[in-house]
Design a binder for this molecule. Structure first.
Ligand SMILES: C[S@@+](CC[C@H](N)C(=O)[O-])C[C@H]1O[C@@H](n2cnc3c(N)ncnc32)[C@H](O)[C@@H]1O
Length: 302
């Protein structure tokens, strides 16, 4: 068995198909992760070069190992895709043929208890993908006022029980700082009166709370907004932007951005409806169940 952490790239065939016409160009994989999509693109397109960005130093190191065989065709940069312009300037590239982003977190990050991303493995309430600084989930859970916490849960992940959950968090934290993922998951389950052990096919009651906190800690919607704004400036004419999202708020942002730009004659939509995984992929890779891929082509370069 290999020591490289496992993460099965979602909608892999569809990503390869949509970026396949860009064989002799540079693609920026904004979320290189463990290098899954990047490896497939490099394998299928022998003249393609990939600039891979990620905020997570561990994933970048894994991608580096995995993609080492492609030599100078790969450049990896520790950067937030919100700073796409700056990251590309840093490697001396102004225009690219493709911008790809596969949002969210990798299976390896979810499984890493130290990151505190999962309610299934106990760990500190951290949730930062970029551990160089910034607020942790514990800072939010212990520091925000009840109303602000409820708003965060509702706005980020449409948690309908946000008020009840925030109230319970505030009651419990009076007895001591909330620091553990499993403790938070239990508390959320008790706040909404659901026993996770008997949920029969429904999602764990803490799923939305964890997603909302992760999104807030990492500023995920703001980063996506900045990526969508910079992508057309960085693409050359005929270049493609493809975004895989896992969440209705993100998918809506991508849909609206692409639609507005297509009405303005800037983009041509290559996916009128988002591409979703087929039954086989969904059964083999549960992460793919909520994945949506939208792709657009730049009609007029800068
Ligand atoms: C779903 S994984 C990508 C997996 C990758 N496509 C693969 O096949 O291995 C998402 C990755 O994006 C990274 N990430 C999330 N938000 C980011 C951001 N704003 N800027 C750069 N990387 C980010 C995460 O650290 C994670 O490694």
């Amino acid at each position: 068995m290999s020591d490289v952490p496992i993460h099965v790239p979602v909608l892999a065939d569809e990503v390869v198909t949509h970026f396949g016409g860009l064989n002799d160009q540079v693609i920026v994989d904004c979320t290189v992760g463990l290098g899954g999509h990047a490896a497939l693109l490099l394998e299928h397109n022998p003249a393609m070069r990939v600039i891979g960005l990620d905020v997570d130093e561990d994933n970048l190191a894994t991608a580096g190992e995995r993609l080492a065989g492609y030599g100078e065709r790969v450049r990896l940069v520790r950067a937030n895709f919100a700073d796409l312009d700056e990251a590309l300037v840093g490697v001396g590239v102004s225009q690219v043929g493709g911008v790809l982003a596969d949002l969210g977190v990798s299976s390896s990050q979810l499984a890493d208890s130290e990151r505190g991303l999962s309610f299934e493995v106990d760990g500190p309430l951290d949730m930062r993908l970029d551990r160089r600084g910034g607020r942790t989930a514990a800072d939010l859970v212990n520091g925000l006022a009840e109303g602000a916490l409820a708003d965060l849960l509702y706005v980020q992940s449409q948690e309908r029980q946000s008020r009840r959950i925030a109230r319970r968090i505030c009651q419990v934290r009076r007895q001591g700082r909330l620091n553990s993922t499993v403790m938070l998951a239990r508390l959320v389950a008790s706040a909404v009166g659901q026993d996770p052990a008997s949920r029969r096919g429904r999602i764990h009651p803490a799923t939305r709370t964890f997603m909302a906190l992760r999104m807030a800690v990492n500023g995920e919607t703001a980063a996506l907004g900045r990526l969508l704004e910079q992508a057309p400036r960085r693409l050359s004419t005929g270049g493609r932007v493809g975004i895989v999202s896992f969440h209705s708020v993100e998918d809506r942002m991508v849909k609206e951005d692409f639609r507005t730009r297509s009405r303005a004659g800037e983009y041509r939509l290559l996916t009128k409806k988002p591409i979703v995984a087929g039954a086989e992929e969904k059964s083999e890779n549960p992460r793919s169940r909520s994945a949506k891929l939208r792709v657009a082509e730049l009609l007029l370069g800068p």
